[in-house]
Design a binder for this molecule. Sequence first.
Ligand code: NJP
Length: 245
Amino acid sequence: KGKVALVTGASSGIGAATALKLAANGATVGLAARRIDRLSNLQAKIEAGGGTAIAIEMDVVDAASVTAGVEKLASAFGSIDIVFNNAGLMPISDMEALKTDEWHRMVDVNVKGLLNTVAAVLPHMVRQKSGHMVNTSSIAGRKVFPGLAVYCATKHAVTALSEGMRLELSKKHNIKITCVQPGAVETELFEHISDGDYRQQMEALKDQMEFLKPEDIADTILYALQAPDRVDIAEVFVMPTQQPW
Ligand code: NJP
């Protein structure tokens, strides 16, 4: 039977592109995010192409909503084989601007949201003695940039959590963990930047270089997921050719 996959942040960008590729490659895909209308449209698109998907309204910050969504998927299809922990946000600002709501929101979604998903899916994968978790970190999970101190802190946390889980889970429970670290990808991520100057800078960057497309990251993830059992692709760092920093 095809694998059952959960994708968080499936309503746009990298998550939507990856969900489409997973479905095109035979997986049954649970499409999770808050914007259910977008997820329903994506579900219809996947089904029109002969695939299987279900839209799952989920706020990753709300542990009960995550558990309910995971149980819905597992009970409908019998297992959870792949989880793409991808929901995230990046509202750039300097620390001195004290945008504390944005700081907390990033920690809540990018870190605690991921932990909520991990807590909900791990019991399934441990019981199955198999599974593959892919976590969206970033170049910001390897380096630090001005305006991005809190975002970088959250993505460094994702990198550390991924490696920690890999060390604990791969041999003992046959669960693979892959940490994906993209450079700039053309998605809606930048639309949530409330600081005018940084927003302008990001817009200007789009004229200076060609960003990655969400499908490029989806292809990378597919490559990691399709590796033979003996191959554990722990980290993948994917950059636009024209982004040298
Ligand atoms: O951005 P976007 P990306 N509960 O804005 C969801 C990382 N990344 O595809 O709930 C559940 O199109 C939101 O869904 P909704 C980035 O940090 C990107 O670029 O309906 N879901 C939407 O589907 C992030 O971790 C770049 O609003 C929640 C999705 O998150 C990941 O890639 C570079 C949620 C965001 O989609 C995907 O972002 C890089 C919640 N509470 C890393 N809050 C890049 N684009 O350049 C948000 O290194 N979502």
